[in-house]
Design a protein around this ligand. Structure first.
Ligand SMILES: C[S@@+](CC[C@H](N)C(=O)[O-])C[C@H]1O[C@@H](n2cnc3c(N)ncnc32)[C@H](O)[C@@H]1O
Length: 241
């Protein structure tokens, strides 16, 4: 486990880390998850119940895969806003939005999850895929999502977790802790990013513990479901009316 950092150091180093791995990020996602990452995002977006005339927020949008998945639904939601603090990730996201001709529905903005540059009570739904475990302050990030949702708005969080089955968990930890960091370092050229990944998953609250975080920050009717033997979990909840 890494030594604890101050929030300021952590925030800027995480920011720099994502800026630096951005060019290889999409490729490594597909490679290291054996293509499952796309399925996980689709399942999480399904939970958001994307329909026409709704407005959605994608927090820590990265290269905009979730925002684009939302935009690909037919009929597409009327507006999708993506926010991320890494300019390099956002630049790639913007290129993808243009390449898919989705610029009329998807807008990407620079900003931190803990202080969203957005007005209160404006979104029907908000999602963060593989973002929340990176927030420098998890409660602040969840509270901000709560603030910008309309009453009865829905939150969806997709995050890594651990398989419950003992053997699968052992196998997964072996892969996640020993194999993935080496491949990630080799391909991304970044020394720490893919060592940080298993550490950040280890430290993130899972299942009932994360449901409590949602509850303590104002969400109700919380539920969660595990995908791919518990490698990831999708959490949902609603802002009170
Ligand atoms: C693992 S990537 C996930 C990107 C995307 N959601 C996906 O599904 O591929 C994490 C993203 O969160 C962003 N991020 C991390 N902490 C953040 C924060 N506090 N505020 C805004 N963005 C943040 C990073 O810049 C990065 O793009």
């Amino acid at each position: 486990m890494r030594a604890p950092h101050s929030n300021v150091t952590m925030t800027s180093s995480i920011h720099d880390m994502f800026d630096s791995i951005a060019p290889r990020y999409d490729f490594l996602n597909g490679l290291l998850s054996a293509g499952r990452d796309r399925y996980w995002r689709k399942m999480a977006v399904d939970e958001l119940e994307p329909v026409a005339d709704r407005v959605f927020l994608d927090v820590a949008t990265g290269t905009a895969d979730v925002a684009l998945e939302l935009a690909s639904r037919d009929p597409a939601p009327s507006r999708i806003v993506g926010v991320d603090f890494s300019t390099a990730m956002l630049r790639l996201g913007k290129d993808k939005v243009l390449a898919r001709n989705a610029q009329s529905s998807v807008r990407l903005f620079s900003g931190a999850a803990e202080r969203l540059p957005l007005k209160s009570n404006i979104f029907d739904g908000a999602i963060s895929a593989f973002g929340a475990r990176n927030f420098s302050n998890l409660n602040d990030g969840i509270r901000e999502i709560h603030r910008v949702l309309k009453p009865r708005g829905k939150i969806v969080i997709l995050e890594f977790s651990f398989p419950r089955n003992g053997f699968l968990q052992w196998l997964y930890r072996l892969y996640f802790g020993k194999v993935l960091p080496v491949i990630g370092r080799w391909i991304s050229g970044h020394k720490g990013a893919y060592f940080y990944l298993p550490d950040s998953v280890e430290n993130f609250p899972k299942g009932a513990a994360f449901s409590t975080v949602l509850e303590e920050n104002g969400f109700a009717s919380i539920s969660f479901k595990e995908l791919t033997f518990g490698v990831v979990t999708v959490y949902t909840g609603f802002k009170h009316a």
